[in-house]
Design a protein around this ligand. Structure first.
Ligand SMILES: C[S@@+](CC[C@H](N)C(=O)[O-])C[C@H]1O[C@@H](n2cnc3c(N)ncnc32)[C@H](O)[C@@H]1O
Length: 218
């Protein structure tokens, strides 16, 4: 059986030359994130962002929700792929992150398409649930300890046949290694079991970046 090829830096460079084009502000956010050194790893990978954009276009998504804005790379990537009437609502509890992200959305002239909400994501999600607000696509990429809660509420506020995408589900590849038992790895394992046993969705884990689970509500 064909095995996956190893994705090294040279291959990523090749893909970036032939596989996609980045918007100038996407490039600018990447450069900015590099200046943050150890925080750079928080940003979604470029290939993952391209997958999000492709799904938005193929599935004709209009209303997106993101849990975890950081400096805005993934939210901007989604906004770029949305139709004229599309919107991304993005949640973060860090004031500085939200303010930096907003400056990039303005620079890209997409600030009318991106709604930022500052505060604990759980509070915003509960409010959406209360207000019966529904989304076509929800991207979960914030604090891992709340992943199960985020996922459960997401299932209540996603439209039928809507898509939930979750990042970091392979946790640097540590999830399968039984000798690794730190708290965060176990949180991700618990989350993956939770999703596996949920009969309200169909799902698929893609080994892209740090691992993405793509779920579709039945
Ligand atoms: C991995 S980063 C998001 C990366 C972003 N999606 C991107 O690709 O650039 C996670 C973000 O979640 C935010 N966060 C962590 N805990 C949170 C919480 N309880 N409520 C809201 N945001 C939270 C952090 O401030 C951080 O900006």
């Amino acid at each position: 059986m064909f095995k996956n090829i190893e994705v090294n830096q040279e291959l990523l460079d090749y893909i970036s030359e032939f596989g996609y084009q980045q918007d100038p502000i996407q490039k600018e956010i990447i450069q900015y994130n590099k200046s943050l050194r150890n925080q750079e790893r928080l940003q979604l990978s470029v290939t993952q962002a391209n997958l999000l954009q492709t799904m938005i276009r193929l599935c004709k998504i209009e209303e997106c929700l993101e849990i975890g804005t950081f400096t805005g790379y993934s939210a901007l990537s989604m906004a770029l792929a949305l139709p004229e009437n599309g919107r991304v609502t993005t949640l973060d509890n860090d004031e500085k992150n939200i303010s930096i992200a907003k400056s990039f959305f303005e620079k890209a002239k997409l600030d009318d398409k991106v709604i930022t909400i500052l505060g604990p994501a759980l509070d915003s999600l509960k409010k959406f649930e209360h207000d019966k607000k529904l989304f076509d696509l929800i991207f979960i990429d914030a604090d891992k300890k709340n992943y199960i809660k985020y996922f459960n509420i997401s299932l209540d506020i996603i439209k039928k046949k809507g898509i939930i995408i979750v990042d970091n589900v392979l946790w640097h590849g540590d999830v399968y290694n039984k000798t690794i038992n730190d708290k965060e790895t176990n949180i991700i394992r618990e989350f993956n079991s939770h999703v596996k046993n949920d009969k309200r969705i169909e799902k698929f884990i893609i080994p892209l970046g740090d691992g993405l689970t793509i779920c579709r509500k039945l």
